[in-house]
Design a protein around this ligand. Structure first.
Ligand code: ZN
Ligand code: ZN
Ligand code: ZN
Ligand code: ZN
Ligand code: ZN
Length: 255
């Protein structure tokens, strides 16, 4: 339940004339608000800003003294204990420091329906809320809808897990198809006469040849090749390792 924003115009001071002039801004004659108000210049920043720009506009000399935050315990205490009256519900003698607490329970304050997130557009005073809730369908449906929302989140999480494992399986199948290589299964070493195999090191004396990996489609040097078929095609080491993280599996695969 969220309260409408309120301002200090929702309350007035009890016996405002009796409040010590030291606690008031020299320009607007309102008691200082905490903690943003300042005391040395005896004006509040907003008023002072206004006064300074007025003086500047009229080309008068202005003496600016720095603002100092009110941090004197006696002053802040006095400000905290100023008595106010709520203009909405008429409750009076509320200490100013308790204003926010009062706002949260003030019967005349405008509130929105707790089911506003379900599009209930009702708003009214807090004292009328209870009557509204007893007839608000949104509010009564809220627990059931929240339950469904929770389930939906779980289902979505499961779905994401499934998507991930489907992608993994697709990759594995693609790897195995490339490995089977139309019946010319890849090996770690040559299956044919070494002289005829372009992957054999003895045919590449200067180690300059580059070979296209069937999985990642990158050109790699001979020492980066893990599996090859002498008739053509190879898979690089990093592709093999990303598919089979332990060595036993790799050995089984290529034996
Ligand atoms: Zn002021
Ligand atoms: Zn009130
Ligand atoms: Zn409602
Ligand atoms: Zn070979
Ligand atoms: Zn590769």
């Amino acid at each position: 339940m969220s309260d409408n924003k309120s301002t200090s115009s929702d309350y007035e001071y009890v016996n405002e004339n009796g409040i010590d002039i030291e606690l008031k801004c020299a320009i607007c004659i309102q008691p200082f608000l905490l903690p943003t108000w300042f005391i040395r210049a005896r004006t509040c920043p907003t008023c002072r800003q206004y006064a300074i720009s007025y003086v500047k506009r009229n080309n008068r000399l202005v003496q600016t003294s720095p603002y100092v935050a009110i941090n004197t315990r006696i002053v802040t205490n006095q400000l905290d204990h100023l008595l106010i009256r709520c203009l909405l519900c008429d409750e009076t003698n509320i200490q100013r420091r308790h204003w926010q607490i009062h706002q949260k329970r003030c019967a005349k304050r405008t509130v929105i329906c707790p089911a506003a997130d379900l599009k209930c557009s009702w708003e009214g005073t807090r004292e009328a809320l209870l009557a509204h809730l007893s007839t608000c369908t949104y509010y009564q449906m809220q627990p059931a809808i929240n339950e469904l929302r929770k389930e939906l989140t779980t289902v979505q999480a499961v779905q994401n897990e499934l998507k991930t494992s489907v992608t993994m399986l697709e990759k594995k199948i693609e790897f195995l198809l490339k490995f089977i290589n139309h019946g010319q299964i890849m090996m770690t070493s040559c299956s044919e006469s070494e002289n005829d195999c372009k992957y054999n090191i003895i045919n590449d004396l200067h180690h300059v040849w580059r070979f296209l990996c069937s999985i990642c489609n990158e050109y790699v040097s001979r020492d980066q090749i893990q599996l090859h078929a002498c008739s053509g095609n190879c898979i690089c080491r990093s592709c093999v390792y990303s598919q089979y993280s332990n060595h036993r599996q790799i050995n089984e695969l290529s034996s």
